[in-house]
Design a protein around this ligand. Structure first.
Ligand code: MLT
Length: 404
């Protein structure tokens, strides 16, 4: 018999979103007529926009011709796309050869964890996107789970709550090798201003740590003063990797396209370039993003594509306003939902799984319990702004009727 990876048994329950789906399906089994609306997982719902769809169609059709056919491409992505990402999203702050195109941010986070291995110490924001913790657990970088405080022994939890403006007191934290940081934040919707990111970069440099900065929601930032990339902070290229995605700004959740920026300046303790190891990982474990999809990504970054991206984001952010205003009108304290598509809502003194169940049972609306994102999420519910407009309107109507 094959011995099971002992780290697998350290994972807490199932992965959050399939777990929520399981609970929703159990409700549907009991009550098959329930018209369940999901404001749970941040899964895009609106059709791809015309210009981007056209580019995908043309790319697929091209593959059916001898002139247009291509097999394996560069594992790092098409040169043109890497350069376009560097120019459009980073305004030249990074170069094309520092951008590695992939099948998505979550997959890149997993591969980064493989690259850093199990012998690293890790800090994460609490609450945070579950992949940072779960992936680290699978790799064996976390120690054991402590049932009393609901923490892993070797993870440093950087509590992010309304009390500290969703930014940890860095000076009180021990040094770790890696620091995961997500802004705009999933799940709290908080966006770190430049002054906070500057502190984060200084802290990482002082400690010789590497920041893994997740900017998957950066295009949702409307406020021009807020940084969309860690690389807007001087010196960040010596201290950070940035992971990002086409999923949320243009609805590529199912199409799959993302990227990771590993700056040429970033080094390991022995002076070796992190970029070279990342290149090794990508060429070994990945065969390049789909050539069809990369053409879609290129189209998304030309003038028409960028206009369509704006309209997609505007649509979801109107949903966010509708949800946030409704929850505010019910007297709940809400955070986020202004420069991020998540509304982090406080149900003071309540257990978040209990509130999740109550909303599901009374309103037939799926949300995400804050505790699923870490111990500091207790008492909060995350509402996602991804949904058809009529569903969002119906969901808030039910919330107003049943939770008032
Ligand atoms: C979420 O709901 O937190 C995310 O959309 C899930 C994901 O992007 O993997």
């Amino acid at each position: 018999m094959v011995k099971r990876n002992p780290n697998m048994s350290k994972l807490q329950a199932g992965y959050l979103f399939p777990e929520i789906n399981r609970i929703k399906n159990a409700l549907l089994e009991k009550n098959p007529d329930a018209k369940v609306i999901s404001l749970g997982i941040g899964n895009t719902t609106e059709p791809l926009t015309p210009h981007i769809t056209e580019a995908l169609k043309n790319a697929a059709a091209g593959l059916g011709t001898s002139e247009g056919y291509s097999g394996y491409g560069a594992e790092q992505g098409m040169k043109e796309l890497r350069e376009k990402i560097a120019n459009v999203f980073y305004k030249g702050m990074v170069s094309g050869d520092e951008v590695f195109v992939s099948d998505g941010a979550k997959c890149d986070i997993g591969r980064l964890q493989v690259m850093f291995g199990s012998d690293v110490s890790v800090a994460i924001q609490d609450p945070s996107y579950p992949v940072y913790v779960d992936g680290s657990v699978i790799l064996g970088a976390t120690g054991n789970y402590n049932n009393e405080n609901k923490n892993f022994d070797n993870i440093v939890y950087m509590k992010c709550s309304p009390e500290n403006n969703f930014f940890p007191d860095l000076e009180s934290l021990p040094r770790t090798d890696l620091i995961y940081f997500c802004s705009p934040n999933n799940p709290t919707g908080a966006v770190a201003p430049k002054a906070q990111l500057k502190k984060l970069v200084e802290f990482a440099k002082k400690n010789n740590s590497i920041i893994i900065f997740d900017s998957a929601y950066s295009q949702y930032i409307k406020d021009p003063e807020l940084p969309r990339s860690i690389f807007e902070i001087p010196g960040a290229k010596e201290a950070a990797i940035e992971v990002s995605s086409f999923s949320k700004p243009i609805g590529f959740t199912g199409v799959r396209l993302g990227w990771t920026v590993v700056p040429n300046e970033l080094k390991f303790e022995d002076g070796a370039l992190v970029r070279n190891d990342w290149n090794r990982i990508m060429t070994t474990l990945f065969n390049g993003a789909s050539n069809i999809v990369q053409k879609g990504g290129l189209a998304a970054l030309d003038d028409n594509g960028l206009k369509e991206m704006d309209s997609t984001i505007k649509f979801y952010m109107e949903n966010a306003s509708i949800i946030k205003e409704s929850l505010d009108s019910l007297g709940f304290k809400t955070y986020g939902g202004v420069n991020a598509p998540y509304i982090w809502t406080l149900f003071k003194g309540r257990d978040s799984w209990e509130v999740f169940t109550e909303i599901l049972e009374k309103c037939h609306v799926v949300t995400t319990p804050g505790e699923g994102f870490g111990p500091a999420g207790q008492g909060f519910i995350r509402f996602s702004a991804f949904g058809h407009r009529e569903n969002v309107l119906e969901a808030v109507k039910r919330l107003k009727e049943k939770l008032a």
